[in-house]
Design a protein around this ligand. Structure first.
Ligand code: HEM
Length: 181
């Protein structure tokens, strides 16, 4: 996972919890870097899982909630860093439809070593989207948080249900998304 994802995670921990909680996380055993992450580095995604599991132990907040909240936060950070990615997209569903074919393609140009999931979208109605996540990494709840962050960006209200079909080698989640705005 890109270093920028780690440094944003740490900033969020510092802001929402404290510097002490962040220090506890970085002392967690088994991190590949012994707690030294830079925004331009690249680290195994299992480090992120270890950090979130430790944060859950320290704060007593479930891992799933923490990952989702981080996704929501991350969307805001990424879109303010790369605002042109939202150009021409006037609502959440249009934006979500462009993640696989446009946004993540641009991400690959910026960060050629990025490891991204794939999404297949099916429009079931003007305000109704089926979005299927597939990845070798277990970050479907990060996707859920990113989707919610996207809705927040557009000031829209979504109703989202999701179901996972994970196998040993592939994580797959289907998001059924309705725009209620
Ligand atoms: C709502 C829209 C989006 C969704 C649902 C989404 C989904 C995801 C997910 C789930 C991951 C984790 C990797 C994995 O699961 O295999 C990821 C990684 C990433 N996404 Fe997106 N994304 C969205 C929008 C964006 C935007 C707007 C940017 C802007 C630059 C972006 C840039 C990235 C980057 C840099 C990574 C990290 C890649 C790595 O660590 O190697 N994404 N995305």
């Amino acid at each position: 996972m890109l270093g920028i994802v780690y440094t944003e995670f740490m900033d969020m921990v510092k802001d929402r919890f404290s510097e002490e909680v962040l220090d506890d996380l970085l002392d967690a055993p088994g991190l590949s870097t012994e707690g030294a992450f830079t925004s331009v580095g690249y680290y195994t995604h299992t480090d992120m899982i270890k950090l979130v599991v430790t944060l859950s132990q320290v704060t007593d907040i479930p891992v799933d909630t923490l990952v989702e909240v981080f996704g929501e936060h991350l969307f805001g950070v990424l879109i303010s860093k790369y605002p042109t990615l939202a150009e021409g997209k006037s609502n959440t569903i249009e934006m979500l439809e462009s993640v696989d074919g446009t946004i993540h393609i641009e991400v690959m140009k910026l960060y050629p070593n990025a490891e991204l999931p794939s999404f297949t979208c099916q429009r079931l109605g003007e305000n109704h989207l089926l979005m299927q996540y597939r990845s070798k990494r277990p970050f479907s709840l990060l996707a859920l948080g990113l989707i919610k962050g996207c809705a927040k960006y557009y000031g829209e209200t979504l109703e989202i249900s999701h179901e996972s079909f994970d196998t040993e080698s592939m994580f797959e989640t289907h998001f059924d998304i309705r725009n209620l705005s």
